[in-house]
Write a protein that binds this ligand. Structure first.
Ligand code: GLC
Length: 751
């Protein structure tokens, strides 16, 4: 008996001491003094394969931004959190709401790994800024960075620590609803803008006011055929490298934490399962150190593409390609453990992906202070402040492109005492915003009517609806509008399409001014009054039908919370418009895609009168109605004296380009001076123009400035089909001007 007692005592002592060592054993991943790598290494050792799959699993926790395929209820999702099967949520919004979910993850799961909360903060969280396409037209990279930093500050106060932005898709197709979300048609400017947006969103990630950025949609999603959402993409590797990839790379080089797979195929393979895109280019060539997240259900949708046989095969193909986190298709959480057990995916491969996600959870400080982003007091103090709204107004004013202004009808002068404002949308808060309204609300938006009333006073404005919510019109609406016009000195007509038709799954085969509005303008033109078209839309509409019906066109895109105040500042001259369009305005739908950086073809159309056998249409001009880089001001500018530091340079020389620009008008203004090149002959044909530099300058009325640009071999290079940079001797041309059409030019030779 004594012997048994002795053994039991020994076991008891051993167990106690084991427990003691265990309790005194340092849990390194919880030790804030350990390095992130040490903490990741320790945590990975402790995780089961199911828990590792959980870190690669992102679920929707709120509003739907994709198909709600077999969406589990909240209760089930929270149990999955307890079971360590969810690493991230999207669309859970608010300090209180995110804290509630984080508490379950941190306090009720085995290892207490915190959750990443993602959301589409595309152009603002609660204070809504101009859509990215409009913001791009400001050519103000600093303002773009500020806009993104305010969006991040607001979002981070509401529990969000990751946004699915910036969208870096180059596109030439106004039929595509998501043209509003990107960077326009130029890779050079799009690259600078994408990097600025990443910097604004992320800062250095060492504070609680910045959030993870996400470069999307990788890659070439802007090339969807016929502008149809989710459609196929078929671009060459030469176009991939020279036109589509540069903005993604610039955003990655700017330190973006995450990249999102696009929905489309490249070379017949869905991006989620495309090894060439994800592993060869992103991970190996670009040395991307962050993590890759799928677009909504895109892992599982490889089945629809006809690339994966079933959900298990979809999981396998995504991981094999180098993709990592699965947004909402649940194939990873359902099949990864089994694929590892079957030896089809190695633990090492899983660990590499999981480590990248854990890195950012540590970097954000979520392990040491899981609720740092979920502070209700900070949230209430941060959202929708006057300072934020002022920046939004500044951003909006500088995004408005003045396309036409015959007889200087704008800005309104004291002689235009009575203003007729016509248009249903001018008073419609609901139609002001696009799909990506973030956590903003139309309620606190300033309509065009509100903005003009704030500026001019209610008595100066006579309003008429002009057309219905669906842009149709009728005799009564037209007659009322004509009467309003007849009693006014100047007529402002808000035309365009509702903001509801901008964003994802909003492709339009006819991106034109609605017929009802054309009828309305024809009737108003008969009054003989000066007519200003204030166009609002999330895309460049075909304006040809109305171009000659109005004296002025102010293209206002979708400008966000401060729309009305910004437009009022421009039409009254409180702000002299300085924006330049970053997308071409097609002359006709049939001309799409039309863009400035096109190839010359074997039979380019001569500018003079020409006979037959040239690359042209028989019914419309080749040129767009308004070209890339175009935008007017209330003043005028004169370009002169373009000169180069040399007419022949070597590949290691720098070329200095000087231009003189004068403000020849009566008001101060800002001008975006643009520099383009053309590589006349190369081993791969090059576009007739490529933007390579710009300067946004301020010139007082009558002031002249000499500007200087410096070009290096890098600016004259291009990519071959394998992504190698090529710099080839030969003839080059330099163009400098106020847009991609009206330029001065000089030739030089690269030896
Ligand atoms: C959508 C979009 C993507 C967005 C994601 C989450 O389908 O394609 O841009 O970030 O789903 O909302």
């Amino acid at each position: 008996m004594k012997k048994i007692t002795a053994i039991v005592c020994c076991i008891a002592i051993f167990t106690c001491s084991l427990a003691q060592t265990k309790s005194t054993e340092k849990i390194i991943y919880k030790d804030a003094k350990a390095t992130i790598d040490q903490r990741i290494g320790d945590l990975l050792k402790r995780m089961t394969i199911e828990e590792k799959a959980g870190q690669l699993n992102q679920l929707n926790g709120g509003l739907f931004t994709g198909p709600a395929a077999n969406d589990a209820g909240q209760k089930t999702k929270m149990q999955q959190v307890r079971d360590g099967k969810v690493g991230s949520f999207l669309n859970v919004l608010g300090a209180k709401e995110t804290k509630a979910v984080q508490k379950i993850a941190v306090e009720e799961s085995r290892l207490g790994i915190p959750i990443l909360f993602g959301f589409d903060v595309i152009h603002g969280y609660r204070t809504i800024f101009p859509i990215p396409l409009a913001e791009a037209c400001s050519w103000d990279l600093k303002q773009a960075e500020i806009n993104s930093s305010i969006a991040a500050k607001e979002a981070s106060s509401a529990g969000i620590n990751w946004t699915f932005a910036p969208m870096c898709d180059i596109t030439n197709d106004p039929r595509w609803g998501r043209i509003m979300e990107g960077i326009g048609e130029d890779p050079y400017y799009g690259s600078l803008l994408s990097a600025a947006r990443v910097k604004g969103l992320q800062g250095n990630l060492n504070d609680v006011e910045h959030i993870l950025a996400c470069v999307k949609h990788f890659a070439a999603y802007g090339a969807v055929e016929a502008g149809r959402e989710y459609n196929q993409v078929d671009v060459s590797r030469v176009q991939l490298w020279n036109k589509y990839l540069p903005p993604y790379k610039a955003a990655v080089d700017a330190g973006a934490a995450t990249v999102m797979n696009s929905f489309n195929v490249f070379e017949g393979v869905p991006a989620s399962g495309n090894k060439y895109l994800v592993t060869d280019i992103l991970l190996n060539k670009w040395k991307f150190k962050g993590f890759v997240v799928s677009d909504w259900a895109s892992f599982g949708e490889q089945i629809n593409h006809g690339y994966a046989a079933d959900r298990k095969d979809a999981a396998l193909k995504a991981i094999q390609a180098g993709s990592m986190m699965d947004m909402e298709s649940k194939v990873i959480i359902d099949y990864l453990p089994q694929l590892v057990k079957e030896g089809k995916i190695s633990v090492a491969q899983v660990d590499k992906a999981v480590a990248r996600i854990l890195y950012y959870k540590f970097k954000l400080g979520l392990f040491d202070d899981p609720y740092k982003f979920s502070n209700e007091e900070r949230e209430s103090k941060t959202l929708f402040t006057e300072a934020n709204r002022n920046e939004a107004k500044k951003a909006a004013r500088s995004s408005i492109v003045l396309l036409k202004n015959n007889n200087n009808v704008l800005p309104l002068t004291s002689s235009s005492k009575k203003v007729a404002l016509i248009g249903y949308y001018a008073k419609s808060k609901d139609d002001m915003f696009d799909f990506w309204i973030g956590n903003g609300t139309a309620d606190n938006a300033i309509t065009i009517y509100d903005g003009l009333k704030n500026k001019l006073g209610e008595s100066a404005i006579s309003y008429a609806q002009g057309y219905n919510a669906d842009a149709t019109t009728n005799e009564k609406l037209i007659n009322d509008a004509v009467q309003s016009a007849n009693n006014a000195d100047v007529v402002l007509v808000n035309i365009g399409i509702s903001g509801k038709m901008a964003g994802e799954d909003r492709a339009l085969a006819n991106p034109v001014i609605p017929e009802g509005q054309v009828q309305l303008l024809k009737a108003l033109q008969k009054t003989g009054k000066p007519i200003v078209a204030i166009v609002t839309a999330g895309r460049p509409l075909i304006l040809t039908q109305i171009n000659d019906l109005v004296s002025s066109i102010a293209y206002c895109w979708i400008l966000g919370t401060e729309t009305g105040n910004a437009i009022a500042d421009v039409v009254t001259g409180a702000y002299n418009p300085s924006a330049k369009t970053v997308v071409s305005f097609p002359y006709a739908v049939g001309q799409i895609p039309v863009y400035y950086n096109h190839f010359n073809t074997n039979r380019p159309t001569p500018t003079d009168d020409f006979g037959n056998w040239y690359s042209r249409y028989r019914d419309i001009p080749n040129d767009p109605l308004y070209p890339f880089g175009f935008g007017l001001s209330y003043t005028t500018y004169k370009y002169s004296d373009l000169r180069l530091s040399s007419n022949t340079i070597s590949k290691t020389d720098k070329l200095n380009v000087k231009i003189t620009v004068s403000n020849t008008g009566k008001v101060d203004g800002e001008e975006v001076v643009q520099l383009y090149i053309r590589d006349i002959t190369a081993s791969i044909v090059r576009p007739v123009k490529e933007l390579k530099a710009f300067q946004k300058i301020f010139l007082k009325a009558g002031e002249t400035k000499e500007l200087s640009f410096t070009l290096t071999g890098k600016d004259l290079s291009f990519y071959d089909a394998d992504g190698n940079i090529k710099l080839e001797a030969g003839a080059f041309r330099i163009f400098v001007g106020s847009n991609s059409r009206d330029v001065l030019e000089q030739n030089f030779t690269l030896k």
